[in-house]
Design a protein around this ligand. Structure first.
Ligand code: GRF
Length: 321
């Protein structure tokens, strides 16, 4: 298995969600590990629990510090451990935009409502007061706006006729404990998920001029030119064309370049079975370490080899200077 993703959890209190993440991480096949639990409150009960589980802890009281100062202290404590992700779990401080942008796409939060409903506090009472039949919880990516980032997953929890905010909170909490660890596990392995990989390739292929997606023998492929007569410059293979794994086929300038690439990085490149003969190269996309800038360059180079001259002329002219 690939090395586990390193996660720091930020808490302010009880830390039951943190505990749920810690216990789930004890499973052999859990793709993340909790390497730090940090708090803005040295008395947070969750810290004691984390310590007892042998996890490093860090606490720094927020009193007397402004938002940016506290965030900087937390950021340093977290980065020192080598954490790649932050999971907020009942962390009751509003974060500075700067801190959020440093952890963009690498910081998750759990919120006890079905977002976008009921951002902020008192979510249970607000759901009851509105006469909702369902409450729930959401795990979302953190963006500068409070409780506003893209929702990764939600669990709905039925509201009972004699519910109180406390009773509802108890049941939502059970759902939270399930949802957070499964969502975090899925998120940290997203780069291995063929659907996620395909979406990333598609974004870059279709960003090139006059490109269209058109399947070829069941595999997604991209052509340049007109929709009917365009030429393929890329194929996405997830167990297609007699291959295993997930890869991208692009054109090279010919067999010489193909063999140079194979020599240069045999872990990354291979010659695809049917297309290899005509100089196509396959790039592995399931290593978990894809350099997406490189993929965009390869797509562009391949596109340029088959694109109509009216599209490439300006690039050719620029090259001559
Ligand atoms: C949870 O309800 C969570 O959704 C919210 O804060 C509460 C934290 O509880 N963000 P705990 O500290 O994880 O027990």
């Amino acid at each position: 298995m690939k090395e586990r993703a390193k996660v720091a959890v930020l808490i302010s209190g009880r830390g039951s969600n943190m505990a749920a993440l810690v216990y789930a991480a004890k499973a052999d096949d859990c793709p993340y590990e909790i390497i730090l639990v940090a708090s803005n409150d040295p008395a947070a009960p969750g810290l004691q629990l984390a310590e007892a589980e042998g996890i490093d802890t860090f606490a720094h009281p927020h009193k007397g510090l402004n938002r940016a100062e506290l965030d900087q202290i937390m950021h340093e404590a977290v980065t020192k451990t080598g954490a790649e992700y932050i999971a907020l779990a009942g962390y009751m401080r509003i974060l500075s935009d700067e801190f959020v942008s440093k952890w963009q796409d690498h910081m998750l939060n759990i919120h006890p409502s079905l977002l976008p409903k009921y951002k902020g506090l008192n979510t249970y009472q607000r759901a009851l007061d509105s006469g909702d039949t369902q409450a729930g919880c959401s795990v979302h990516l953190v963006t500068p706006e409070l409780d506003d980032g893209p929702v990764l997953a939600q669990t709905a929890v039925a509201i009972l006729s004699d519910d109180t905010a406390d009773l509802l909170a108890e049941r939502v909490l059970i759902a939270e404990h399930q949802l957070y660890s499964t969502t975090l596990a899925k998120y940290v392995t997203r780069e291995m998920d063929p659907n996620w990989i395909l979406a990333e390739v598609r974004k870059r292929a279709l960003a090139l001029e006059e490109t269209y997606e058109r399947p070829s023998f069941g595999a997604p492929g991209w052509r340049v030119g007109s929709e009917k007569t365009g030429k393929y410059f890329a194929y996405f293979s997830h167990r297609h064309f007699g291959e295993t794994g997930t890869s991208l086929f692009v054109k090279t300038s010919g067999l010489d370049e193909q063999s140079a690439l194979l020599d240069a990085d045999p872990d990354l490149y291979f010659a695809p079975k049917f297309y290899g003969k005509s100089g196509w190269i396959a790039i592995r996309l399931d290593t978990g370490r894809t350099d997406w800038g490189h993929i965009a360059d390869c797509l562009k180079k391949s596109w340029r080899m088959v694109a109509p001259r009216r599209l490439t002329r300006m690039l050719d002219i620029a090259d001559e200077f």
